[in-house]
Ligand binder design. Structure first.
Ligand SMILES: Cc1ncc(COP(=O)(O)O)c(C=O)c1O
Length: 394
């Protein structure tokens, strides 16, 4: 990877040391340009006319996302966020009282809330697989639960937002495929960070967002839907005239492809920016990105660990480009804003974002540092120096 060139291609790199890629990464110029050009054309020519003139170019989003995930373009829907993708997927499953859903303790907080809400409204039973002492889902326990409980759905977050670990999504997918159980994977933090292959994972739904490691715009997401799901008579609870066709006074036919999960109205400038972002990642190569991030984390983790009073909270056999730590400061917001004053971006995760995980670690907040391939060794030095001096005078 030509890091100097990649940084020159990233306006934010000129002024900020950005270690908040798990929040929202810095977009490169092609992403910015695609959105600015599209908005200018809309303003000059009209929204509908611009969409018609750019139909072929906009369609490249579905092909690029398909390439990213090893899926046909027809199995991809464009949405507004990973959470929105998740809700659309859930809303097509005809849950009945007593249906079992199996998830992991480390799954994303909004996903947990969605299931708690389904429990309240439809009487489903949410069952969480145990975690291993070293972190991550206990695969044997999850597999035995799947065999014993015949769930309506299994869901797993690939890279949880706060724990630093990578969950074994393909191992669980294999079991779901053998038993023909719908499987929903949240790849919000892994998309753009790790190679993803929906065939290998064996999932029926995969949710992602654009603004994180994919370096795309905010307010954009995607949903992969397998043919297994599209062949079922299942469709999202609320359909619009893009997702389905009104065929007679009282009948309709849902779209045969993943458009079934999409709205008619779209933020087309974001769609253009999302294509540019995914194309950028595909061109760089996801394995190259993963290797570079592993290298950066390999430098960062031990150096952070050696700072006085700092405790790394990351668990799991396999770790991702999300580093969480606790530090001896009483006000985490002070730490965050003091780093920001030095033009260093990080994030603070609070307990409600990872309730079960943080409780088990005995912390109620964590500083989250999430490097991406365009970060450098010099930036790591800058971050470490700043943390060292701030922690010396909390
Ligand atoms: C693992 C995971 N899933 C889902 C989400 C939600 O993504 P979005 O805000 O795009 O809905 C996040 C956001 O941080 C996340 O970390």
């Amino acid at each position: 990877m030509d890091i100097a060139n990649l940084r020159a291609d990233t306006p934010g790199c000129q002024t900020k040391v950005h270690f908040n890629n798990a929040g929202a990464a810095l977009p490169p110029y092609p992403v910015l340009q695609a959105m600015q050009d599209y908005l200018a054309e809309e303003a000059n020519c009209g929204g509908y006319e611009t969409a018609a003139a750019n139909a072929t170019a906009l369609n490249r989003f579905y092909m690029a996302a398909g390439k990213l995930l090893n899926a046909p373009a027809k199995n991809i829907a464009f949405t507004s966020s990973a959470t929105n993708s998740f809700a659309r997927a859930l809303s097509c499953i005809p849950f009945k009282k007593g249906d079992v859903v199996i998830i992991a303790n480390e799954d994303y907080s909004s996903n947990q809330l969605a299931f708690l809400s389904l429990e309240e409204r439809f009487g489903i039973e949410l069952v969480r697989a145990n975690s291993l002492p070293e972190g991550g889902v206990d695969v044997d326990h999850m597999v035995s639960l799947i065999h014993a409980r015949h769930p309506r759905l299994v869901s797993l977050t690939h890279v949880p937002t706060n724990t630093g670990l990578i969950q074994p999504v393909a191992t669980i997918g294999k079991v779901c495929r053998e038993l023909d159980i719908p499987y929903l994977v949240d790849a919000c933090q892994s998309a753009g960070q790790l190679p993803l292959d929906v065939e290998e994972i064996g999932c029926d739904f995969l949710c992602a967002t654009l603004r994180k490691f994919l370096r795309g715009p905010r307010g954009a997401g995607l949903l992969y839907v397998s043919d297994r799901m599209l062949h079922k008579p299942w469709y999202p609870l609320f359909l619009d005239m893009y997702a389905a066709t009104w065929t007679d006074d009282d009948t309709f036919i849902p779209a045969s492809d993943a458009k079934r999960f999409q709205d008619w109205e779209q933020p087309y400038a974001l769609l253009a920016g999302s294509y540019a972002a995914i194309h950028y990642a595909n061109e760089l190569g996801l394995q190259n990105i993963a290797d570079r991030n592993k290298y950066l984390c390999g430098i960062l983790r031990p150096r952070l660990q050696s700072l006085p009073g700092v405790k790394l909270l990351d668990k799991g056999k396999e770790q991702a480009s999300i580093i969480t730590l606790s530090a001896p400061v009483s006000d985490p917001q002070w730490l965050l804003s003091s780093l920001r004053e030095r033009n260093i971006n990080t994030a603070v995760s609070v307990i409600a974002g990872a309730l079960i995980d943080f409780r088990s670690k005995g912390v109620n907040w964590a500083l989250r540092i999430s490097p991406h391939y365009y970060n450098t060794e010099d930036e790591i030095d800058t971050l470490l120096d700043a943390l060292e001096s701030l922690l010396a005078n909390p």
